[in-house]
Design a protein around this ligand. Structure first.
Ligand code: ADP
Ligand code: MG
Length: 393
């Protein structure tokens, strides 16, 4: 959506909603992981980028410590007092905002209430991390309305804790870190143990494409926590033989293979995937930096296969999408984005072939599934920040 059209839309709708003008607009982007599924909570690496789809909050501060929020993407308005933050069961989407407020206050930050209207161009629940964008935008807004400043890495850490503790989704640091720390025109090689990153170039001539299956994602916490628990079990067993192994990040395939008999088969498969995937992140960063497009594509396809056969997070629609992508014009490779179980694939496509790639993938996917997909390019965007500051109103 055009920037000035969007600004007018959110301002007008804010005025309708709150009978006043917004004083500030903040934004936080979604993200796509180019490599590294489920490696974040195993304290490994992820190659990630913030994308040019984001969540805005237009807001006006209040003097009474009340937060009133509405969203152009979801029905319902919700209100809470900063001195008494409860879970919202009527409009559960507001728990992302409530959770951030709660954790910031518990960390000693003094908060100002506001009227806020949210608008996002990130599809929900499709692996591009609309939840982290909402959390990070909320944190940036509280910061902008206060007289304190907070380091963006700390914003990511606290927003992750809000999602873990308040919302109840036991995610790793990837989503919030990407949204807070994204760098325009670059990819971020994130180290989830040290919570630091290196900037990597995007290979010339490669366009990152999102291929959204539009299939309902059934990430009902249980599958995700089950994978986490299986990884933890693998670490528990391996660490009896190798005390230096504190997470799967520390383990090698050789160590895993040496103890195949000690590890339940399902746990073994999960561990094998994570250890291989973690290495693929480093290999992918190098391949993209060196302009080895074919190698990058092959790594993406191996990631997809591992996610399907070893980690078992690939849905039938994701397989249909992968089949639609295979052989389409200009494509080097594709893999699942986000946690899996539906949602988007990310494909690496030769620049100049985006249109022919998109139309072929859309057609084939609909032929296979009867579902209309969404296929579009994304570019690497900067992390969260101000869209409209109070002084420029
Ligand atoms: P993902 O982060 O992959 O998009 P999640 O299930 O983690 O999927 O988060 C999606 C949820 O986040 C939505 O169902 C909604 O509750 C909340 N959310 C995200 N963006 C918005 C928004 N703009 N307005 C209201 N709720 C939002
Ligand atoms: Mg999420």
């Amino acid at each position: 959506m055009d920037f000035s059209v969007r600004k007018e839309l959110i301002k007008n709708r804010f005025e309708n909603q709150f009978s006043n003008t917004p004083e500030i607009i903040v934004q936080a982007p979604g993200r796509v992981d180019l490599m590294g599924s489920h490696t974040d909570y195993n304290l490994g690496y992820v190659l990630t980028q913030a994308i040019d789809r984001n969540t805005w909050i237009a807001a006006r501060p209040r003097q009474d410590k009340i937060v009133r929020i509405a969203s152009l993407n979801v029905e319902g308005t919700s209100e809470f007092h900063l001195d008494d933050i409860q879970h919202d069961t009527v409009n559960p989407w507001t728990n992302y905002v409530r959770g951030v407020a709660d954790i910031l206050q518990k960390e000693g930050y003094e908060l100002t209430g506001f009227d806020g209207l949210i608008h996002s161009t990130i599809p929900f629940g499709s692996g591009l991390s609309s939840s982290a964008a909402l959390e990070v935008a909320s944190a940036i807004l509280f910061e902008a309305l206060a007289d304190w400043e907070i380091d963006p890495v700390q914003i990511a850490v606290l927003c992750q804790r809000a999602e873990n503790g308040f919302v109840g989704m036991n995610c790793g640091i990837l989503d919030q870190y990407s949204s807070a720390m994204g760098v325009a025109n670059s990819v971020v090689l994130l180290d989830c143990r040290s919570i630091t990153h290196e900037i990597k170039p995007i290979a010339d001539g490669v366009q990152v494409m999102i291929c959204d299956t539009k299939a309902e994602r059934a990430l009902t916490g249980s599958e995700y926590s089950e994978r986490r628990a299986q990884c933890e079990e693998g670490v528990r067993i391996l660490s009896q033989f190798y005390p230096e192994i504190r997470s799967l990040r520390d383990a090698t395939l050789g160590q895993l293979a040496a103890h195949k008999a000690d590890i339940p088969p399902v746990v073994f498969k999960r561990c094998q995937f994570i250890i291989e995937e973690n290495q693929r992140v480093l290999d992918m960063a190098a391949a993209l930096a060196d302009g080895r497009h074919e190698d990058a594509g092959q790594l993406a396809l191996r990631s997809f296969d591992g996610a399907r056969d070893l980690y078992e997070i690939v849905s039938s629609e994701m397989i249909a999408m992968k089949d639609a992508i295979t052989g389409a014009p200009g494509v080097f490779g594709a893999r699942g984005a986000g946690a899996g179980f539906g949602g988007c694939l990310v494909a690496f496509v030769r620049e100049g072939e985006i249109d022919t790639f998109s139309s072929e993938v859309l057609k084939k996917y609909t032929d296979f599934t009867g579902i209309d997909a969404d296929v579009y390019p994304v570019i690497a965007a900067s992390g969260a920040g101000l869209v409209l500051s109070r002084s420029h109103n």
